[in-house]
Design a protein around this ligand. Structure first.
Ligand SMILES: NC(=O)C1=CN([C@@H]2O[C@H](COP(=O)(O)OP(=O)(O)OC[C@H]3O[C@@H](n4cnc5c(N)ncnc54)[C@H](O)[C@@H]3O)[C@@H](O)[C@H]2O)C=CC1
Ligand SMILES: CC(C)CC(=O)C(=O)O
Ligand SMILES: [Mg+2]
Length: 373
């Protein structure tokens, strides 16, 4: 199989985690006789620094003409700490999502036996946690009209949703809920007791649910949902929600897995699909080779799945589990005896290429582990 992939490494830890994914995609290509061609493009602070524009036209063009996009993260403290900045890295990401019409961000949440000690819940509440957050990605408050009064004392962000915007992601979420491996339950997370937009979400979802009689629908206010995710996560199967609520509850849900650095995502729409870890640019770790690359690597596995390469995707996921079970983990998981980002990438690549996983030379790996940074 031959695929053209646009790679947007972005800012902060974006480049170092994305490079591990490319390493693993190359290992898969070598092992299974595929060809993955990569075209690198700029977005975010690095793009502003080089071109003045957080999303150069060439980046959009390349994404539109690719089979998939692999994205790292954007964002830089020099913009975060300057509330008056007119151009921001995040504008690039929002514009790309809009340009590619990536209306649904799919964020699977799983737990790993090897990491259960990290979550603030007992093992019996964590075992078998398996839900998917369907976060609307091109509407809502992040895209509404923004205003700041001339005297700088009043600001507003409009939250707008239309019926078609809700319908398209709702259909996608219901269709996922019907898949044989799912538990056929959909929870709409909203704030319909207060927000008009949430009431529209409820109305549209109630109407659409009639077309999916085999899927049980549950409605939950976002404040309660935030608590339920931490108290009883196994009750969730498919979680459908708007842009900002999905952004927030998915970072929260990553605590169940063990780290924000573990969660992958796929952003889907009408054309090219984009794959990205759910975390941001984690600027404090940039260039230190300490970030967890697994969110990005699992996003690459979702990309393989999207290409119809299920065996290859399963092998990457198996390799990820193998690193976790053998303690080859990054600093967020094991703060003292951790392994470098690049070492974890090498290990997963070795695993993918190896025909006998027992014989991967882990002794050599011990030498590459960090002592203290
Ligand atoms: N998709 C994107 O590109 C996103 C970009 N951002 C941007 O990223 C910058 C930093 O934002 P923050 O709020 O600090 O969020 P963040 O997700 O970058 O980091 C929050 C915390 O999560 C942990 N973390 C995140 N990724 C990790 C990884 N791969 N390995 C280990 N630990 C990890 C770290 O403890 C970090 O301090 C900002 O400029 C923000 O706008 C934030 C979220 C998403
Ligand atoms: C620019 C932000 C909306 C990025 C973010 O937090 C996310 O997509 O999860
Ligand atoms: Mg976020």
């Amino acid at each position: 199989m031959q695929k053209n992939i646009t790679v947007i490494e972005g800012d902060g830890i974006g480049p170092e985690v994305t490079r591990q994914s490319v390493k693993i995609l190359n290992a898969i290509a070598a092992q299974f006789n595929h060809t993955f061609n990569y075209t690198y493009h700029l977005m975010g602070a690095v793009a502003i620094d080089k071109t003045g524009n957080p999303l150069p036209d060439e980046t959009i063009e390349s994404c539109l003409n690719s089979d998939a996009v692999l994205f790292g993260a954007i964002g830089h403290p020099k913009y975060d700490n300057d509330p008056t900045a007119k151009v921001r890295p995040e504008q690039g990401l929002l514009k790309l999502r809009k340009s590619l019409q990536l209306f649904a961000n799919i964020r699977p949440v799983n737990t790993y036996p090897a990491l259960q000690h990290l979550a603030p819940l007992k093992a019996e509440k964590l075992e078998g946690v398996d839900f998917i957050i369907f976060r609307e990605l091109t509407g809502g408050i992040y895209f509404g009209k923004k205003e700041l009064s001339e005297d700088g004392t009043k600001a507003s962000d409009d939250c707008v949703y239309t019926t078609p915007e809700i319908e398209r992601i709702a259909h996608l979420a219901f269709q996922y809920a019907q898949k044989p491996e799912r538990r056929k339950k959909l929870t709409l997370v909203d704030k319909a007791n207060v927000l008009e937009t949430s009431r529209l979400w409820r109305k549209v979802v109630q109407e659409i649910s009639k077309q999916y009689p085999d899927v049980a629908v549950d409605y939950m206010f976002v404040d309660n949902a935030s608590m339920q995710i931490m108290l009883n996560p196994k009750q969730f199967d498919i979680v459908l929600t708007e842009n900002m609520f999905g952004d927030i509850i998915s970072d929260e849900a990553s605590v169940l897995s063990g780290s924000l650095g573990l969660l992958p995502s796929a952003s889907v729409g009408t054309g090219t699909v984009l794959f990205e870890p759910i975390h941001g640019s984690y600027p404090q770790a940039a260039g230190k080779d300490i970030a967890n690359p697994l969110g990005s690597i699992l996003s690459a596995a979702m990309m393989l799945e999207h290409f119809g390469l299920s065996t290859e995707a399963a092998l990457v996921r198996e390799a990820v589990k193998w690193t976790l079970e053998n303690g080859f983990v990054s600093k967020d998981i094991e703060p003292v005896n951790f392994y470098f980002t690049s070492t974890i990438g090498d290990l997963i690549s070795d695993y993918v290429k190896s025909t006998d996983h027992e014989r991967i030379n882990v002794e050599n790996v011990q030498l590459r582990k960090s002592t203290i940074i």
